[in-house]
Design a binder for this molecule. Sequence first.
Ligand code: IMP
Length: 422
Amino acid sequence: MNTIVTGLQWGDEGKGKIVDYLTESADVVVRGQGGNNAGHTVIARGTKYVLHLLPSGILWDGKTNVIGNGVVLDPIGLVAEIERLEGQGVAVTPEKLLISDRCHVVLPLHKELDAAREAALGDRRIGTTKRGIGPAYADKVNRNGLRVADLLDEAYFREVLAHRTAEANEILSKFDLPTFDADQQAGEVLAAFTRLKPHVANTIPVLHEAWKAGRTILFEGAQGSLLDIDFGTFPFVTSSNTTAGGSCTGTGLPPTAIRQVIGVCKAYTTRVGAGPFPTADEGLADYLHDLGREFGATTGRARGCGWLDAVLLRHGCMVNGTTGLAVTNLDGLDNYETLRICTAYDIDGVRHELPPADRHAWDRAAPVYEELPGWMSDTTACTAYDQLPENARAYLTRLSELCDTPIQFVGVGPDREQTLVV
Ligand code: IMP
């Protein structure tokens, strides 16, 4: 069954673990958006792997992994990631990994422009990962970006890059930032591309053939629904469609190819970067950080933590068409006495069950909470849903009701075995 796995919060929901679990029965794993701003931690057979751009199926033999056209690809970053993985004994061969020739390329100058823009925004900065994601997508929409196919034509690539570098240097010099040498940049990108070239293909017919042959395709979402450029907490979002629709435009597989959408959320909420976070709670954050939890896989940043926010999850389930929920990190709440779930926002005395579009309304959104008793016991050894403490099951049932979506998976620890199927 072709399945999209999408994050329902601000990323870091533990999608990597759910994807890894579902990969066992998948033939093809494909990514359709984002870039190496993502950081998926997967623990398999006792080893920890951190993936940024590579689909999680790369950790398995005999699976096809596809980096789809909607991804922005940093060749230098991807080669470093491949080498790191190969150092851990994972083979990355052209049989296992295909890269769409339509992916837009993240250039070194995009990373510098990302940093320059953040610096210029000062207090209003987005808190990006500085991986050049926004500027690379901006060039795509602006129609002056370079695609993987353009890297195959070295003369053309150098010519366009020289032009693009001159434009970027104008901006960088305004901020007294180091400017770029187009030739040096071209050399670095092309050198990295040598390693990637055997993987480049028109991935659209490959995916369609897999679909027609009835092979199982897994769409691995990166970031989360609230970072979606259209449906997220704009402008504090990433630059791609992280919700289910992005899986179609980012791969060339149509909506009719998809049978189920699994929305992944934590049993609480976390967020990195700037922007609204109505249910943020310092007590919960200290508690989770003291347990050594909630530090970013890509940047190492301590994440902000807060209560489960059903307003946001309800919205996420709507726009994704979520058919089932995967709730991760339930064990993070094992020893918390009283838990809260936000069921609505009070904005100027009016009850809102869906998030506002007006960016200033967020500052006035007061969460309306429901309190539930904690379960005060260890869930990490549970191997089936009915082994979970009664209060934990009641918490999950309430979440399911508030989102009008059934619970399909529950995560009680980082290992592959600690994923309970409901
Ligand atoms: P960008 O994607 O680097 O442009 O960053 C935009 C926003 O998305 C920032 O708030 C980042 O912290 C956030 N972001 C991007 N990728 C991830 C991710 O994989 N997990 C969590 N947050 C992310």
